[in-house]
Design a protein around this ligand. Structure first.
Ligand SMILES: [Zn+2]
Length: 333
């Protein structure tokens, strides 16, 4: 048993309370390799933004849970080296699907876990979430739960159809489970293909796809039922067109990739939405930078010469999200 407190990590309780009061959101960035983690920490340290490092099942399979946890521990020290006196870094399990996996993360030094029972029948979701909350709270680890189903594909999380969260269920769910935050479905979606072309309209000038707006009426209804309760948005990458263009220019093939427009996320961040998950955008930044080096310098074979530029591009992206979209800069001196 390792307590996250010994590792210098924090849970989400205070982060979320301040974010709701302050009208901003905490970035939750997924990581599964060193360059990505360096970029997240550099961007957070330089902007003094609290940050949530997310580990998905896919990341655990790819990089090994033990290694990822030590990397997060190292990240706290790295942040201090970068001049961030009091780093506020949370290590969070993304989409835990069983009690056992959540327990193993709690025991192993994670400061926050998500139990995703959203694919289960309502009562079973409550039962599973409650069990995780009862365990995690003994160690002051915070728990995110999910109600409603997001569409899209990301790692092992996959759903064909989305179902918006039913606002009439949230009070009962939050009260009976005791969860600390709630991921809801209001039209965000996992992956870089968040919408099918037929769900979108086309901008007559550019010919680019314009996605349907998020269901802010559902968010408003949830906030009315649970005033001041921390809300989480998954699948909130914006799929920047410039990265898609670079990828496609240099031999990639991402036709009609489309994400959530940043002005909608900006609006959400000002509400009770206090955690916004971004993963695909950093994958796109990484891939765009690597493809560019490969195309321009075919003789290059030192991974540092293409992972380095990829890291710089991700750092730029994370800082942009923190400052221009979430508004969390300067909130963790
Ligand atoms: Zn998710």
């Amino acid at each position: 048993m390792v307590s996250y407190k010994e590792l210098g990590l924090v849970n989400t309780r205070e982060m979320f309370a301040k974010a709701i009061d302050g009208g901003y959101a905490i970035p939750a960035f997924n990581f599964n390799n060193m360059e990505q983690l360096q970029a997240i920490i550099k961007a957070s340290a330089e902007t003094k933004s609290p940050v949530i490092l997310q580990v998905s099942k896919g990341a655990r399979n790819y990089a090994n849970q033990t290694l990822l946890r030590y990397m997060a521990q190292g990240a706290v020290e790295y942040a201090k080296e970068l001049g961030w006196e009091h780093p506020q870094i949370c290590l969070h399990l993304d989409h835990g699907d069983t009690f056992e996996v959540c327990k193993s993360c709690v025991d192993f030094g994670f400061s926050s876990v998500m139990i995703d029972g959203s694919s289960l029948p309502y009562e079973e979701n409550i039962e599973l979430t409650k069990k995780v909350v009862e365990y995690a709270h003994q160690f002051d680890v915070t728990v995110e739960a999910e109600l409603g189903v997001l569409a899209g594909v990301e790692d092992d999380v996959q759903a064909e159809e989305s179902h918006y969260t039913k606002p009439e269920e949230v009070i009962d769910f939050a009260t009976r489970t005791g969860c600390d935050s709630l991921a809801i479905s209001i039209g965000t979606s996992h992956g870089a293909y968040k919408f099918k072309p037929e769900q979108c309209t086309r901008d007559p000038k550019t010919g680019k796809l314009v996605p349907p707006p998020l269901a802010f009426d559902v968010l408003d209804a949830v906030m009315e039922k649970l005033p001041g309760f921390p809300i989480v948005l998954h699948g909130s990458s914006s799929v920047p067109q410039e990265y898609v263009d670079i990828i496609n220019t240099y031999g990639g093939n991402l036709p009609d990739a489309v994400g959530i427009p940043e002005e909608q996320l900006r609006k959400a961040a000002k509400s009770a939405v206090c955690k916004i998950n971004i993963d695909s955008d950093s994958r796109l930044a990484f891939t765009a930078a690597v493809r560019k080096v490969f195309a321009e310098k075919p003789g290059e074979f030192d991974p540092r010469k293409y992972c380095g530029p990829a890291r710089d591009e991700m750092t730029k992206l994370y800082k942009h999200k923190i400052i221009e979209v979430l508004g969390s800069d300067g909130k963790a001196e």
